[in-house]
Design a protein around this ligand. Sequence first.
Ligand SMILES: O=C(O)CCC(=O)C(=O)O
Length: 343
Amino acid sequence: MDVDRALSALHQEARELWVPRTIPRIPYHPSALAFLREYVALNTPVIFTDCPCPSWPDDHLLSVIGDDGIIVNRTPAGFGDHADDTSGMFVKPWQTEQSFRSFLGELNQHRRDSVAPKGAEAQSRFPGIPYYSVQSDCLRKGHAALLKDLPPLTFACAAFGAEPDAINLWVGDGRSFTATHKDHYENLYMVVRGAKRFFLRPPCDAAQLPERDLRAATYAPCVPTGGDALHAVADTPASSVRWILHDKADAPRVPDVRGGRDLAASGREPLVADVAAGEMLYLPALWYHAVGQRGVTVAVNWWFDMSFCGPAYVYYNFLRRLTGQDDSDDGRPQSAEGEDLQS
Ligand SMILES: O=C(O)CCC(=O)C(=O)O
């Protein structure tokens, strides 16, 4: 059997035996054993409903973290950390430092402007679409006062045998879209306000998600003294990032939530997981995901280190080498320790 036929069989067998047709929804929260046995061990996503989730209206967020300084990611079209078709580079967002209050004010101003004309005073002092999405354990490190509102996730800590490696706060609106990628983390992702749509593909779809080495770049204002546009500027010294290419052809597929642009060129549909406020997605390690949202959306995620000791990671790397997705193939296995483990 040649490699293409074997990959086709892998895709088919995975759909028959492993990947669900729709993501199951079960009430929060399972026992650690049930979570481990039915989802973690099988590397299969699930959505928990009826989570003990705070409501976090604006006035609460502003009174608790309004004055906290934050780093905001800004992009011209809502795509951060992505393969940009225009420049052919991997582009990271421009980052601004500001208070949480001024950032939330910007999102709310945009919402008001979409129903009423924009006044001159409504202009943001920064260009670009803002998304608070820094993924640096920002909730635990930067906004610890919010921790007491959150469920302790004891079942997950017991299942993974560890405390979370990071707890992140995500705040943005429907203009922002997270491009397809995977993480070396077990991810519990809870939507607090708004709604998220995840486009999911199992790790065995690596062959359908072409990766290339792309020159690394960062968005920057066109005019350093306050222009209203951002453009991609190549990083110096030059470096490259291996990243998944997009397929723009699918862009209009999801009318409510920006999506589709990231759906790969294979013609094979991703699984769609709609996660509403009060729900939590278990996104298993190494699953590819692209993420859109509807309206102003507030979410929290807990990242737990994945285990590198079982078969999953080594088989996944083997598959990527076999399909030419891993440029580090020098004929020798790569050690988990030697690699930058967060994509
Ligand atoms: O919510 C998002 O925009 C992206 C979430 C994500 O990529 C993650 O939790 O790994």
